[in-house]
Design a binder for this molecule. Sequence first.
Ligand code: NDP
Length: 477
Amino acid sequence: EKAQIGVTGLAVMGRNLARNLARHGHTVALHNRSQARTDALVADHGDEGDFIPASSMQEFVASLEKPRRVIIMVKAGGPTDAVIDELVPLMEPGDVIVDGGNALFTDTRRREAELRKHELNFVGAGISGGEEGALNGPSIMPGGSVEAYESLGPLLESIAANVDGTPCCTHVGPDGAGHFVKMVHNGIEYADMQLIGEAYDLLRSGLGMTPAEIAGVFRQWNTGDLESYLVEITAEVLGHVDADSGKPLVDVITDAAEQKGTGRWTVQSALDLGVPVTGIAEAVFARALSGHAEQRVAARELPGPSGGWGVTDRDAFISDVREALYASKVVAYAQGFDQIRAGSQAYEWDVHLGEMATIWRGGCIIRARFLNRIREAYDKQADLPTLLVDDYFSSVVGQAQSAWRRVVAGAAQYGLPVPGFASALSYYDGLRASRLPAALTQGLRDFFGAHTYRRIDKDGTFHTLWAEEGRPEISAD
Ligand code: NDP
């Protein structure tokens, strides 16, 4: 008997994906650089399905039916290249190599192009949901050729999360599209978490609520439009009491947020593409700020406003924070989807934005009820200029805006940092402005660098001789 698919790299993710595949009736070949992990998987879970363990890469490849399908689940970067180099001489034209790790999409583009020369199909697949998702149904974002997806898609769709009968897996687009979309997913995850943190901080500082009380608020929010995995687990984390100290656990956790780098990648790519993803960028920078312990200690005595927030209507305040959170979240997602569209255009991937919302509804960390709304928005109008102008989103943000402004203004007055809420509001106001100070920026650029400008009333490119009282000069355009 041959295996339908093989997994090499059997740490938490690979191990759980292999088990998920086996539980769905697929025969799975197993390989890991150090054999102990392979043996442990078979010893612990061998009875969950059909596994073919291999002690060498040769043996592993030989146990696969053709066209061969291999999922690589190793540390991203050099290790992935090392495994690919080992696999390539053992594979034949038409075989499929999947990288399920968190690869940078530009690496995926390079690998896909390289493997295409060997007539091998390389699929960079973003996989979200952590180890739990890998075992019970992740969201899968596979890139690569259409041909590769034909051979691989049914297998991946069978193990992906499923929402209302639709698998959380679809062919995203060629080469690096899958890993690009996974990257933006992670960036949105950063923004989402930052906004949730700000909402918590507002309730805590503005109302003096305890973490347990705030957990209750999040639990309640999770029954409405904000319903999402992250809001759900926020209630869990805030409700958790530390066994050692008897305090809320959140109060004994060091307030320095770490990162593995996918948020940074998202912002770097957004800078290259010229897409303002302020929500994601603020979230990455907020984590960086939190980690600068020395500066924070040095700055602790800097003056801030005196006096408390003086909130009188508690329920109204909670409702304002909820509205501000939802509106800011809509902005963060709108920006993330803009980035996917821009990447898709720049790299010619033809990514279907509504389908991305669809496959994020389950399995992944940002799974949320409101992704249905995003899907509907793109179903109605595939070339929507921004999610913010969709009927549903424009109306919820429009309704939220007074509360949103009260919260941001109050935070500024009270001295509470809300970079996510505030920058989202500025983005919203920037986008809807009829006239921006960018006109002055252009004037300044022309003044010091003769960079020219365009006019609202005439075609062409203009440069002013500023020293000579500014008579415009029309250049040949
Ligand atoms: P790790 O990222 O911790 O990687 C460990 C695995 O990589 C082991 O199987 C190890 O083999 C193998 N490995 C490391 N270096 C090499 C090498 N040079 N040659 C061959 N094999 C090597 O494992 P995870 O399971 O946490 O993650 C796997 C991938 O999935 C990563 O790319 C990660 O970013 C991604 N991912 C992880 C998620 C998570 O929640 N953990 C979520 C989504 C994606 P050995 O046993 O011999 O050391």
